[in-house]
Design a protein around this ligand. Structure first.
Ligand code: MLT
Ligand code: MN
Length: 312
């Protein structure tokens, strides 16, 4: 199974269009130790020919342009794409807006939880994806779902969606229900266990996660590869950077550093590879030469980047 990180940044990307914080400025200026990053998405393939996208980022067009394997094959028909399905982990803008760019009459399947499918159902702009051509299939929670193409042909990739602590999409928050997670319900944010049929190794894709409990830790311990929420290094980093008023926790993202951060909480278990993804433009690990990036690497973590490939 091949995994390819198509976009390693959180919503906004890196640099973010309107951001003048030192990190966005540094990457915009081409300073050493910085890479440009597009918004959150992953590609997975069992055979290198058929591809499944995990989340459809607003940068999808650029991501396809950067990945030969996602482009129409030379010998293919006049309209063709290796993309057979899109699996969604939530309904955030950075994970669903790219669906609108896939509207050119290509047959594929959207897999998502009932909660996320409802968001797409209720936003009529997604009707640009002709229902005759783009099928919507439900991902039941905690049940392995074989991912098949539009014709029903299996891709050999099996996905199990499991709820993780998180939050309803920002644009659906109910301010009157702040005490109840702004209206968040089970299925609004999921992690995904991704396996190839008949293989033992598995990858966990969890780009948004507000906390790690014993149950999730056990799941992570059993995986061969973990792609995990690396949105913020410290919970209050957007405030101390002066670019925002929200903590990581308020956005449904746990932080990396400190005794209650993801590094410390997962320090005693060791999936073969652990990679931070969905990295916000305020996170100091975006500077490869920063002390924070060094701490992360010393802890056995890799810092995801666009185009990073993982074979498992
Ligand atoms: C998030 O990950 O918190 C969201 O992508 C925020 C957003 O929708 O801008
Ligand atoms: Mn996001």
């Amino acid at each position: 199974m091949r995994l390819k990180i198509l976009g390693s940044a959180a919503g906004g990307g890196f640099p973010q269009w309107n951001c003048n914080y030192r990190l966005s400025r540094a990457v915009r200026n081409g300073e050493g130790g910085f890479r440009r990053r597009t918004q959150s998405s992953l590609g997975v393939s069992a055979d290198g020919k058929d591809w499944i996208l995990f989340n459809a980022s607003p940068d999808i067009r650029e991501q396809i342009a950067a990945a030969l394997e996602l482009q129409p094959m030379e010998e293919g028909p006049l309209r063709a794409s290796p993309i057979q399905a899109v699996v969604l982990t939530n309904a955030d803008v950075d994970h669903i807006a790219g669906l609108l760019s896939l509207r050119e009459r290509h047959r594929f399947v959207i897999y998502a939880t009932a909660r996320v499918l409802r968001v797409i159902e209720e936003n009529s702009i997604f009707n640009v994806l002709d229902r005759q051509l783009v099928e919507r299939r439900e991902l039941l929670l905690n049940v392995p779902t074989p991912i098949a193409d539009w014709h029903g042909k299996p891709t050999s990739i099996v996905v199990e969606a499991f709820p993780v602590p998180g939050k309803i999409a920002l644009f659906l928050e109910d301010a009157g229900r702040a005490q109840e997670g702004f209206g968040t319900e089970e299925g609004d944010t999921v992690g995904l266990r991704i396996v190839q049929e008949d293989c033992h190794s598995s990858a966990l894709y969890i780009p948004g996660c507000a906390s790690i409990d014993a149950h999730l830790k056990k799941k992570i311990a059993a995986a061969s590869c973990l792609l995990f929420d690396g949105t913020v290094y410290t919970d209050d980093e957007m405030l101390s950077a002066g670019v925002g008023t929200k903590t990581g926790r308020r956005m449904g993202h746990m932080h990396i550093a400190g005794s209650d951060g993801s590094m410390a909480l997962l320090a005693d278990i060791a999936p073969a590879r652990r990679v931070y993804v969905h990295i916000n433009n305020t996170n100091p690990i975006l500077d490869e030469r920063s002390p924070e990036a060094a701490v992360v690497r010393a802890g056995g973590w890799e810092i995801g980047y666009d185009g990073m490939e993982i074979g498992i």
